[in-house]
Design a protein around this ligand. Structure first.
Ligand code: NAP
Ligand code: MG
Length: 404
């Protein structure tokens, strides 16, 4: 069989630990035998981020802007323990945070549904796609540990020198302070990404904030969404028979649990961080969650929703058997290949991505899975495979898909 040709390279962002091991296996078993894979490679492994003073992360984000489609492996976000473990020059920032800030995009996460893995919330029969605003708020905060009595003020100085000043608190003892921000531009991009994604996937869009308490900050999110909806999307939504629904965040949580799924839930940055883990776990497993960052300029970065699976990596290093689920990382690749195929008008490439996704689902539905999947599957006699064995089983299913 001739290998499928590509036109534009994908931006390939390699990562850390167990997912870095899976990355190699996926390429060797599921991609390189079938595709003349073209990538622009960036090593976002922690050692190389440290060696390049994190320039490689910035370069990979800029390459994504230039080439339009990236695929990213999970990466370590350093903490104190990692600084020591890797002898880091400094505690480098989260690569995902850096990339999101440069692309000013929105992250859409959706569960991969397979027969035999039943959501904990029994009425969730359709996937809930979670859209997380990927800029600002607590992720771009400035904090002060207040040492003792004193007055804290919020001061804005305009370009012409005029000021707006508010008292935050008169401290009579030690405390804490946090300054957060967002921009109308980023909120508008977020809104457009969400409305656009709702239109392209023909799903309702839900959005929620705490505007009753945060009458300026959160209320601005609510207002911008409503203005953009009325001016740009209302007509299309009505034609498609889909709705835009706004409510308070606590009310949204209650309604989501009672729903049957099948909609996009847009969340502010922190709500999205928390709720995406809740939704993923309720659908079964974080390792069955797809994730894509979409920028307003139309760049896409695909990745798995889970981390580097550190605990499995240490077992792997000791030569012990691991059974790590590679599905979400494979879907990062298929998402990127399908998008590249769509943009470059390479139908074969898009079809390959679809077939590889079907092969993954088919493998699990036939009872071949990793340890963690077997724990949440209703399958009677699952065959539990190790990390490489599972990928090889997917390859067998892929061969069948390619022949049919
Ligand atoms: P994690 O890598 O998501 O793993 C947490 C646990 O979830 C694992 O120990 C494992 O449970 C289970 N798990 C996650 N993915 C799995 C998979 N594919 N197959 C099987 N089991 C899976 O989270 P973490 O241990 O908190 O974080 C490790 C590193 O990842 C951290 O350095 C963090 O900074 C980084 N991280 C990166 C990203 C990203 O790049 N997008 C996201 C989150 C975290 P058992 O051990 O019980 O089997
Ligand atoms: Mg999180």
């Amino acid at each position: 069989m001739d290998k499928i040709q590509m036109k534009t390279p994908l931006v390939e962002m390699d990562g850390d630990e167990m997912t870095r091991i899976l990355w190699q296996m996926i390429k060797e078993e599921l991609l390189l035998p079938y595709i003349d894979l073209k990538t622009e490679y960036y090593d976002l492994g922690l050692k190389n981020r440290n060696d390049t003073d994190d320039q490689v992360t910035v370069d990979s984000a800029n390459a994504t802007k230039r080439l339009g489609v990236a695929v990213k492996c999970a990466t370590i976000t350093p903490n104190a323990a990692r600084v020591e473990e890797y002898g880091l020059k400094e505690m480098w920032k989260s690569p995902n945070g850096t990339i999101r800030a440069i692309l000013d995009g929105t992250v859409f996460r959706a569960p991969i549904l397979v027969k035999g893995i039943v959501p904990y919330v029994s009425n969730w029969t359709k996937p809930i796609t979670l859209a997380r605003h990927a800029y600002g708020d607590v992720y771009k905060n400035v904090e002060i540990k207040v040492p003792g009595p004193g007055k804290a003020e919020l001061v804005y100085t305009a370009a012409d020198g005029t000021q707006i000043r508010e008292t935050i608190h008169e401290f009579d003892g030690p405390g804490i302070l946090q300054g957060i921000h967002n921009t109308e531009k980023s909120i508008a991009s977020f809104a457009r990404a969400c409305f656009g994604y709702a239109v392209s996937t023909k799903q309702d869009l839900w959005f929620a904030t705490k505007d009753t308490i945060s009458k300026k900050y959160d209320h601005t999110f609510k207002d911008i969404f409503q203005e953009i909806y009325d001016a740009e999307y209302k007509k299309t939504f009505e034609e498609l028979g889909i709705t835009y629904f706004y409510t308070l965040i606590d009310d949204a949580v209650a309604r989501v649990i009672r729903s049957e799924g099948g909609f996009i839930w847009a969340c502010k940055n922190y709500d999205g961080d928390v709720m995406s883990d809740m939704v993923a776990t309720a659908y079964g497993d974080l390792s069955m969650m797809t994730s894509v960052l979409v920028s307003p300029s139309g760049a896409y970065e695909y990745e798995a929703a889970h981390g580097t699976v550190q605990r499995h990596y240490y077992k792997y290093l000791k030569g012990e058997e691991t059974s790590t689920n590679s599905i979400a990382t494979i879907f990062a690749w298929t998402g990127a290949l399908k998008k590249r195929g769509e943009l470059d008008d390479l139908r074969e490439l898009t079809a390959f991505g679809e077939k590889l996704e079907r092969a993954c689902i088919r493998t699990i539905e036939e009872g071949k899975m990793t340890k963690s999947l077997s724990l949440i599957s209703t399958c009677k006699d699952p065959v539990i495979l190790d990390s490489l064995g599972f990928i090889k089983a997917i390859r067998e299913s892929l061969e069948k898909e390619l022949q049919s």
